[in-house]
Design a protein around this ligand. Structure first.
Ligand code: ADP
Ligand code: ADP
Length: 239
């Protein structure tokens, strides 16, 4: 069944040079448990599309139907609850993770803030569980992100997202800052998690090779528009 339907999504920015059509009438549907790769050169509007779907930035126009409901019509409190189900994973988790917090604090924080697990002892157990799920060794629990390599930092970012038990994860260049060998590990982890938990991914990347084998469909963006959407294999066979 369809988990996400994006209809005529637009995001315009007012700039000194005039109106910039960063996302210019983007529409697509996404089936539950599948992966849509969104590829295209830097500046074509991929990030803005991802953020507008989550309403981290407010769309200029369009509908975002998530589980049958248009989330662009939801108020703040409704959005706060919905955001649990729709998580974002960033390119460089080190930049978005607070350097003064330990691994366990970072992963446990959303559970506390969203009041999902108010009890400290239960929360610690859940953090332990999440670390195991993403392949972070127990001994790292009280380390700081800057003490870890990029791959482990991205595992923290993934664990933090998983803490909310999301249905949809928008991955914005999640492996672009990583060593090629580590990229493969993280991609394998993401694929395993998808199978185990039935996750749906939107995978944003400038590098088609990163998602080509992983995504079910690939959408190509150019100047704010979706110029092609096809099963990944088709796209690969007809370059
Ligand atoms: P991509 O993710 O494909 O690299 P982005 O979505 O980040 O592209 O950006 C699309 C276009 O919108 C770019 O020209 C970028 O400079 C512009 N843009 C993004 N955010 C803003 C903003 N807050 N204000 C003005 N322009 C923006
Ligand atoms: P990211 O790829 O993580 O979005 P960026 O460097 O593209 O990081 O953007 C950082 C912030 O600046 C974002 O909030 C983005 O919307 C904004 N931004 C990006 N391009 C522009 C621009 N041309 N003018 C103003 N703000 C921008």
């Amino acid at each position: 069944d369809t988990i996400l339907e994006v209809k005529h999504l637009k995001k315009y920015f007012n700039t000194p040079k005039g109106t910039l059509h960063a996302v210019d009438d983007v529409s697509f549907t996404l089936e539950r448990g599948k992966t849509l790769g969104i590829v295209g050169e830097s500046g074509c509007g991929k990030s803005t599309t991802g953020r507008a779907i989550l309403r981290l930035i407010e769309p200029t126009a369009g509908e975002v139907i998530f589980n049958g409901e248009d989330i662009t019509k939801k108020n703040k409190e409704q959005m706060r609850l919905l955001r649990r189900e729709m998580q974002l994973i960033f390119q460089d988790p080190y930049a978005s993770l607070d350097p003064r917090k330990t691994v366990s604090e970072i992963i446990g924080e959303p559970l506390k803030l969203q009041k999902l697990i108010p009890d400290a002892k239960k929360r610690a157990e859940r953090v332990h569980e999440l670390m195991e799920v993403v392949g972070l060794a127990d001994r790292l629990i009280n380390t700081y992100p800057h003490e870890l390599d990029g791959g482990r930092r991205q595992r923290i970012g993934i664990a933090r997202a998983l803490a909310m038990e999301p249905k949809l994860i928008i991955c914005d260049e999640p492996v672009s800052a990583l060593d090629v060998s580590i990229q493969a590990q993280i991609l394998n982890l993401m694929q395993d998690l998808q199978e185990q938990m039935g996750l749906t991914y939107i995978f944003i990347t400038h590098d088609l090779s990163v998602v080509n084998h992983f995504a079910n469909d690939i959408a190509v963006m150019y100047l704010g528009q979706l110029i092609e959407k096809a099963p990944s294999v088709t796209l690969f066979d007809n370059p």
